[in-house]
Design a protein around this ligand. Structure first.
Ligand SMILES: [Zn+2]
Length: 312
């Protein structure tokens, strides 16, 4: 892996505009307004080595272990779908300055952007943090490439909504950090141990909530983000979406039937997806529409919230 001068080709805007933007960020390190803090954007903190990850929950695991050693940024912003997201030119600049790229594994955007990102920054070390996960196959095709409309069946990508998988992601992040910076291995080890404590506590809390007699054993959801959550706790996930697209009337009536027969009381919706079908199914089944955000940074809080909503 060479560390040579990197040029980035952007199809969206001229080179000059974002080079100037970037120059400003370098010249004015005190200008905190240079980058939004929302996704840990770090152009203004050029002194800290940068790690790019794909989604916010992975930033949570990574930041928990790096502590202050690295600045961690995620590519997919709030409200965007990791199935179809396209990084911006400014993100590609950050990306080319990163020491490493950590991805989950099989998210649609991780698949479509792999080649382009590696071309943009050939020096970058790439780590698949989902390596070793016991992947389920998507029960139906998911739209992995919105640009071509091509669909195919593959590994179910939403691995982070599972405490069992979170232990594997955390272990892979830990190993990646030690291989990037072995001088801090002891520090990473102790932060990794603390993260495992948080993951284990989240698991026992979810488990004890969901073992209550009144807990729902099935739930509806627009986009199937809780496949591994359902697997871990023996629940039935009923996704409304059909192969990454809006459901057919036949599917909707089948779902409503299944939801009634299994006693589903909740329809989960996520900010990046349309709510209309979820609300329609809720009206017909008497289930509550509950907004969740499995892509939130605060992974333990989000996992617990899902469990709590199934117990209400
Ligand atoms: Zn998804």
């Amino acid at each position: 892996m060479k560390n040579e001068k990197i040029t980035i080709h952007s199809p969206h805007s001229g080179h000059s505009s974002f080079l100037i933007l970037h120059l400003l960020c370098c010249l004015l390190p005190l200008l905190a307004a240079c980058g939004s803090k929302g996704n840990g954007h770090a152009s203004s903190e050029a002194t800290k080595p940068l790690i790019t990850v794909t989604i916010e929950p992975l930033r949570y695991f990574t930041q928990a272990i790096t502590g202050e050693q690295f600045e961690v940024v995620s590519l997919v912003p709030r409200g965007a779908s990791p199935e179809t997201y396209d990084p911006t030119p400014a993100q590609l600049v950050d990306f080319s300055h990163s020491r490493a790229y950590l991805r989950v594994g099989f998210l649609g955007f991780e698949q479509t952007w792999t080649d382009r990102l590696q071309t943009a920054a050939p020096h970058l070390r790439v780590f698949d943090t989902g390596h070793g996960v016991d992947y389920l196959l998507s029960p139906e095709t998911e739209d992995h490439d919105a640009h071509t409309g091509h669909t195919h069946t593959g590994p179910e990508p939403h691995v982070w909504t599972s405490t069992a998988n979170a232990r594997i992601l955390a272990a892979n992040v830990f190993r990646a950090l030690v291989s990037l910076d072995s001088s801090q291995a002891d520090l990473y080890r102790s932060r990794y141990d603390s993260l495992l404590t948080v993951i284990n506590r989240t698991d026992s809390l979810c488990r004890s909530l969901l073992s209550r007699p009144g807990a729902s054993r099935s739930f509806l959801i627009y986009h199937p983000s809780l496949t591994y959550f359902a697997r871990d706790y023996g629940l039935l996930q009923l996704p409304i979406e059909e192969g990454g697209k809006e459901p057919s009337p036949a599917r909707l009536s089948r779902l409503i039937e299944e939801s009634r027969s299994t006693g589903a009381r909740v329809v989960f919706v996520q900010p990046e997806f349309d709510r209309r079908h979820a609300e329609m199914v809720a009206r017909q089944t008497g289930a509550r529409v509950v907004s969740i955000n499995p892509l939130a940074y605060d992974w333990p809080a989000e996992m617990l919230r899902v469990a709590e909503e199934l117990v209400k």
